[in-house]
Design a protein around this ligand. Structure first.
Ligand code: NDP
Ligand SMILES: O=C(O)C1=N[C@H](C(=O)O)C[C@H](O)C1
Length: 232
């Protein structure tokens, strides 16, 4: 498969290595100020920066190149990208986290939220820990986890680095080179329940994005990682 990489940083380089090991060819890498010549790419993978994602995804869809995006921090514009994909009859997948482990954790989180619904003695909160270079907070994964809890909770929203009774408090910590840790806690006066996902490196995110690209290559439509992994 011929792949174009938008964003050639930590994730772009990890994806390049794993994609080549799977027999794929990186035909183009696009960083800031590079032109959008996709050089015959059959699929594009965008792991860039929050301010570039919309332009990058639009350029792919306008060039009829199916696009997998893992960039976080731009989701206010998600509906616009969905509309553009549909208008162009293109292919598009966004996921806040492409690792198989986190996608299972997303489902576990929803199941736990369902079980805790109505148990007023417990208060839910979340902590995410990432490397000091990360531009956005809270992480995209933390937002997806919060949305999963909100589906089964009396909480009305999430709030970053603050405590409000009717909101899920998300604490964002930045520490060294941590690849990504997400912790959900239900605490009461008598005990607490904690679930945690800890990435050991970036390979899980990268492999998931490549699997998504292999899956999307000949498809049109807007999909999620749940479709790719066939999670019920
Ligand atoms: N969904 C998921 O599974 C995961 C998502 N992410 C997300 O992916 C994104 C990238 O993460 P990471 O690789 O660690 O970040 P990096 O900062 O290492 O890489 C980002 C790259 O994008 C480049 N860039 C800047 N502007 C543009 C532009 N206009 N077009 C194309 N590229 C551009 C940067 O270049 P320069 O340095 O020259 O500015 C840099 O090379 C983040 O949003 C992160 O949150 C990360 C891991 C997993
Ligand atoms: O910036 C990162 O590194 C990561 N970003 C994603 C996010 O914001 O959730 C996924 C992963 O946690 C690593």
């Amino acid at each position: 498969m011929k792949i174009a990489l938008l964003g050639y940083g930590r994730m772009g380089k990890t994806i390049e290595k794993l994609a080549q090991e799977r027999g794929h060819e990186i035909v183009k890498t696009i960083d800031a100020n590079d032109d959008y010549d996709f050089n015959g790419a059959e699929v594009a993978i965008d792991f860039s920066v929050p301010t570039a994602a919309v332009a990058n995804i639009s350029a792919c869809l306008n060039a009829n190149v199916p696009v997998v995006s893992g960039t976080t921090g731009w989701l206010d514009h998600y509906d616009e990208m969905v509309a553009l994909c549909k208008k162009n009859n293109g292919g598009f997948i966004y996921a806040s986290n492409f690792s198989v482990g986190v996608n299972i954790f997303f489902e576990l989180n929803k199941q736990l939220a369902k079980m805790m619904q109505g148990l007023k003695d417990y208060n839910v909160s979340m902590t995410e820990v990432h490397h000091i270079h990360k531009l956005d907070a809270p992480s995209g994964t933390a937002i997806t986890l919060a949305e999963g809890i909100l589906e089964h909770s009396d909480k009305t929203d999430w709030v970053l680095d603050a405590e409000e009774n009717d909101k899920i408090s998300i604490k964002a910590e930045r520490e060294g080179e941590v690849p990504g840790t997400h912790i959900i806690n239900y605490g009461s006066q008598v005990d607490e329940i904690t679930i945690e996902h800890r990435a050991h490196n970036r390979n899980g995110f990268a492999l998931g994005a490549i699997i998504a690209a292999e899956w999307l290559k000949d498809k049109t439509g807007v999909y999620s990682m749940k479709d790719v992994l066939n999670l019920s």
